[in-house]
Design a protein around this ligand. Structure first.
Ligand SMILES: Nc1ncnc2c1ncn2[C@@H]1O[C@H](COP(=O)(O)OP(=O)(O)O)[C@@H](O)[C@H]1O
Ligand SMILES: [Mg+2]
Length: 341
């Protein structure tokens, strides 16, 4: 199936940069007529699992198509596995599996033929492609359905078939454009698990785009945040988490407002969500002050723990630091159908 690549760098192009970034871009711009879709994009992506986050219309799909050499860029330069995106698109595509956003399948075909056909289009010999098609369809959970016509497939099965097509030639990098779009809970979970397995056990680099933070958080160790064609953040999630101020989270019983007032009177920074209060950890005195406040306001603390920030918190912090015009993650992450096409 997806064998572990012990040393994936050994297969890489001769002209990989010293830092071993698998993808690099410098000053990349893409105009569709007068519309600027990518604006001065600079990227340095190491191997691993990378989430490309941004709302509809941000430029995620355009970025993928430019990196794959499928569409020309207006200016700037880029390399993928050391190959030039302007002149070596074919070489890039032979090493990258691309799962496009929209349905690219032939509904009249049975799954096994569709996947084999994708392999043949990539130059694989038909016998090898046929054998691989069985393996990859099993890998994506479609072993039982491989002789069924694609027109009978659910959205989850269509996405899985697209993933199988992307994996047919055993690529070094997998690029998935909105892989969880339209999936129900079970199919989504399976898709994310398969992508995670491809990174962790198969040792491949996976780039997945999404407008849903949770999906990215589940699979990726780095994020690239793109907004209106500009990269606003590219960092490891670990580094971003470390930037978020630590908080204590308490769940209380009774008198939440009184407790809140008492905490504020002790100069603590407080965020209240009903019976849950989060208090910024200033120093070692903070917990003591919280316990004192509970006594003073006669409330019972049901639970006290250090709050683990999630991507949502991180996002708010980033935007705060950037002083962006965006007010909340919902504005950035909720699908904005005006931006689609
Ligand atoms: N082929 C195209 N022709 C004209 N405009 C396009 C085309 N493809 C995308 N766009 C525009 O470019 C912007 C970025 O689109 P896209 O890359 O699809 O964003 P995302 O994948 O983040 O939703 C959007 O404003 C979109 O309307
Ligand atoms: Mg898109």
């Amino acid at each position: 199936m997806i064998e572990n690549h012990q040393d994936s760098s050994s297969k890489n192009g001769d002209n990989l940069s010293q830092e071993n970034f698998v993808i690099e871009a410098k000053g990349l711009r893409k105009m569709y007529g007068p519309h600027l879709a990518l604006d001065d994009v600079n990227l340095s992506i190491p191997s691993g699992a990378i989430g490309i986050l941004g709302p509809n219309g941000a430029g995620k799909s355009t970025l993928f198509k430019c990196l794959l050499g499928l569409i020309g860029t207006t200016s700037g330069e880029g390399t993928v596995l050391g190959y030039d995106i302007k002149t070596e698109g074919e070489k890039i595509r032979s090493r990258i599996g691309y799962m496009p956003e929209y349905n690219a399948l032939d509904s009249g075909l049975i799954a096994i033929d569709q996947v084999r056909y994708c392999g043949e289009l990539l130059g694989m010999n038909s016998k090898v492609a046929a054998q691989r098609a069985h393996e990859v369809l099993e890998y994506v959970g479609l072993k039982e359905q491989r002789y069924r016509k694609i027109e009978t497939f659910s959205t989850g099965m269509l996405q899985a078939t697209k993933l199988a097509c992307a994996l047919i030639h055993d690529p070094d990098i997998l690029i998935c454009d909105e892989p969880t779009n339209g999936l129900d809970k079970r199919a989504r979970k399976f898709m994310l698990k398969t992508l995670k397995r491809t990174v962790q056990q198969g040792n491949r680099t996976v780039l997945m785009s999404s407008h849903v933070m949770d999906d990215v958080q589940e699979v990726c160790d780095r994020i690239v945040l793109i907004h209106k064609g500009k990269i606003v953040v590219q960092r490891s999630i670990g580094e971003l988490v470390n930037q978020v101020e630590r908080e204590i989270e308490i769940m209380i019983w009774g008198g939440a407002s009184k407790m809140e007032e008492s905490l504020i009177s002790k100069n603590l920074s407080v965020r209240r969500l009903g019976r849950i209060i989060r208090i910024k950890i200033e120093d070692e005195e903070t917990i003591k002050k919280v316990l004192e406040s509970a006594v003073e306001s006669e409330v019972q603390i049901r639970q006290l723990k250090e709050y683990e920030p999630d991507l949502e918190d991180i996002f708010l912090l980033i935007m705060d630091k950037l002083g962006s015009e965006i007010k909340g993650s919902s504005e950035l992450m909720t699908p904005d159908h005006k931006g689609g096409f």
